[in-house]
Design a protein around this ligand. Structure first.
Ligand SMILES: *Cc1c(COP(=O)(O)O)cnc(C)c1O
Length: 348
């Protein structure tokens, strides 16, 4: 197969011709003045989908998360999240830098915290030694958890703890549509439980750029100010927002396809002689551990030699992510290559 099969992330997708058409056709204006009709439409559309009042279009999911944390916290306060959370692991220490807040880390199950774990991490208010807990942040689906997801019921139970302790609840929903596709829950209901939601358009949905932060009108008003401070106020951003609108209209339903393929990769890997274990596959992420017969660098190299790109994800760990730009032909080829690697080993 001469075409590259890129499994490193669902961020590697390129806009489809139809998406590019939608971008070309977008009416635009200066969004810092609030005058870009396409940005405004994307913000309203996304907010309505999730049962939220308002939205804010930003360049990245890191920015939407960091803005949300900044608005919910104050210096010397604390955010409760799982130890594997993107906001803690992969945002460059931004919580400390942008918000001067600390993190209380929960050792959850594949990225998921229980209400009990969240409650146990809340600091006692009357002791000056501790930072003051302000925010709980969930990730759905959980990247490092191998694409595991929270159900609405689990979210509601954590929300109940937050309400009782007057804590805000934020969702890092970089792959929230994958979580929804797997759980069957309605996006609309998320608005009942979260104070803010970050939705990425450039992950599984195939837009080239952009994330939307959702919340109450008051929250988004404050978030808009922080976005400007961070340098995220864009001008004729409607060209980018149009890609997001197109993605929401056309690329959500097909996520099931990515999940089916991820499941088939899981099956192939479970049968491979070089694989020790695979994290249970629930959405579009496949994280697996190689046994001693195969070093992770050698495995990545063996795939690269066949034009297949994968990510090393820690010692002996590999991550595959399925997405929009993989065809069924590529998928079938990949399954064959994974099987052939077995035979090569047997013959060696
Ligand atoms: C990708 C991702 C983000 C945001 O990443 P950006 O590259 O800044 O858009 C946030 N959270 C999770 C879980 C992610 O996977």
């Amino acid at each position: 197969m001469t075409q590259k099969i890129d499994l490193r992330s669902d961020t590697v997708t390129k806009p489809t011709p139809e998406m590019l058409q939608a971008m070309f056709a977008a009416p635009v204006g200066d969004d810092v003045y609030g005058e870009d009709p396409t940005v405004n439409a994307l913000e309203q559309k996304t907010a309505a989908m999730f049962g939220m009042e308002a939205g804010l279009f930003c360049p990245s999911g890191t920015m939407t998360n960091q803005i949300a944390i900044k608005v919910h916290t104050a210096p010397l306060t604390e955010v409760i999240c799982d130890v594997t959370a993107h906001i803690h692991q992969y945002e460059g220490g931004g919580i400390a830098f942008n918000s001067a807040a600390s993190t209380a880390l929960v050792h959850g199950e594949r990225g998921k915290m229980t209400p009990r774990q969240v409650e146990a991490s809340i600091r006692p208010l009357d002791n000056i030694h501790f930072p003051e807990t302000r925010l709980v942040a969930l990730e759905n689906s959980c990247n490092k958890g191998g694409g595991s997801f929270y159900t609405l019921e689990e979210i509601a139970a954590i929300s109940e703890v937050c309400k009782r302790h007057r804590l805000a609840l934020h969702l890092d929903g970089a792959r929230v549509f994958n979580a929804l596709a797997a759980s069957g829950d309605a996006a609309q209901d998320y608005g009942l439980y979260f104070d803010s939601i970050s939705v990425c358009l450039s992950k599984g949905l195939g837009a080239p750029v952009g994330s939307v932060l959702l919340g109450s009108k008051e929250f988004i008003k404050r978030a808009r100010r922080v976005r400007k401070v961070l340098g995220g106020g864009m001008r004729q951003a409607g060209y980018l927002a149009a890609a997001g609108i197109y993605a929401l209209d056309n690329h959500v339903a097909r996520l099931q396809e990515d999940h089916r393929r991820a499941k088939e990769l899981e099956q192939a890997l479970l049968q491979a002689s070089y694989v020790e274990s695979v994290l249970p596959v629930e959405t579009n992420i496949v994280i697996f551990k190689l046994n001693e017969s195969m070093a992770d660098a050698a495995f990545v190299q063996a795939l690269a030699a066949q034009n297949i790109l994968a990510s090393s994800f820690g010692p002996q760990m590999i991550r595959f992510v399925t997405h929009l730009d993989l065809t069924e032909e590529m998928h079938q080829h990949l399954l064959q290559v994974l099987q052939a690697l077995n035979q090569e080993q047997v013959e060696a």
